[in-house]
Ligand binder design. Structure first.
Ligand code: HSE
Length: 311
């Protein structure tokens, strides 16, 4: 059996406009990396973290990756020790599932090194334990599910956990702009209303169903019509500088639709072709440049693989 393994776990776009907490997909990059080593002496030790500006705790009980591993080791009654090194590549508070990626990387790495005692679906509950640490007591499974399962997923239920992979027939490019600002998911969950109008809920249900049907049938017009969020985006969009202009610039440049990635501040759009994706990225970036806000653009197809072993 191998004693050391290094893995990559991708960033994810969640909510996907109308599907607050229930829809998400993995992207090709960026993604966190994690090295896991088995040792004889029992206990989990986080030996190194890079890319976090010293902000993440080395105490495994306070660290997303550590908590996920502890929950998996407890279930396995695993008696050996584990050292991990975490290489953060996804910015904190970016809306791209940074904490989920570290949580997934840790449980995926241990599962691989132990020759897969669990299926990917079974690993979800362990990664979710880690994710709960960061979301201010209001758990959501969309980022961990998209990251771990790869592809486009629906969280039909969080308790009991029921995650449904969607077979996407549409050939889509996602364009993600990450403004160099930080927004706390826990904070942006607190500002949401806990009651919504039945009329808004009905619009939202129609869009969720339409988006899923459009993705599965490859109906781009239906996808475009369904990328509408009347519940969350009007509240959270206010927190993202230039959000309405970014959205308009993306759709004017040919995007099928555009909305907030997760809890923001990243914003995603979909296009049918790579040249359109490049133009949309440039148009979105121009809006932020005019506001003197630096940003990164990621252009990626939906990443079907999820986490993977790397050298
Ligand atoms: N669904 C979660 C939210 C994702 O919108 O709060 C957080 O990235």
């Amino acid at each position: 059996m191998k004693k050391t393994i290094k893995v990559f776990a991708p960033a994810s776009v969640t909510n996907v406009s109308c599907g607050f907490d229930i829809m998400g997909f993995a992207i090709d990059y960026p993604g966190d990396e994690l090295k896991l080593t088995i040792k004889e002496k029992p206990g989990i030790t986080i030996t190194k973290i890079t890319g976090d500006d010293g902000r993440l705790p080395l105490d495994p009980k306070k660290n997303t990756a550590g908590v996920s591993l502890i929950s998996m080791v407890d279930r396995l009654k695993y008696e050996k020790g584990i050292d991990i090194e975490i290489y953060k590549k996804i910015s904190f508070g970016s809306g791209l599932g940074s904490s989920a990626s570290s949580a997934v990387a840790s449980v995926f790495a241990l599962n691989e090194i132990l020759e897969k005692p669990f299926t990917r679906k079974e690993l979800l509950s362990f990664a979710l334990e880690g994710e709960k640490l960061t979301c201010g007591g209001s758990p959501h499974a969309d980022n961990v599910s998209a990251c771990l399962m790869g592809g486009f997923i629906i969280v039909r239920s969080i308790d009991p956990l029921d995650v449904v992979p969607i077979d996407v027939a549409a050939d889509l490019y996602s364009i993600i702009i990450h403004p160099h600002l930080e927004i706390s998911t826990a904070d942006t969950r607190k500002i949401l209303r806990s009651n919504i109008l039945l009329a808004d809920a009905t619009i939202q249900w129609g869009n969720v169903a339409g988006l899923v049907a459009g993705l599965m049938s490859g109906d781009y017009d239906l996808i475009s019509r369904s990328l509408q969020d009347v519940i969350i985006e009007p509240i959270r969009g206010i927190l993202i500088p230039g959000f309405n202009d970014i959205k308009n610039s993306a759709t004017n440049a040919g995007a099928l639709g555009c909305s907030i990635s997760g809890s923001g501040p990243s914003v995603f759009a979909f296009s049918k072709t790579k040249p359109e994706a490049n133009n949309i990225g440039k148009a979105m970036k121009k809006v932020l440049s005019e506001l003197d806000i630096d940003s990164d653009i990621y252009i990626s197809k939906i990443n079907k693989q999820g986490p993977r072993i790397i050298k």
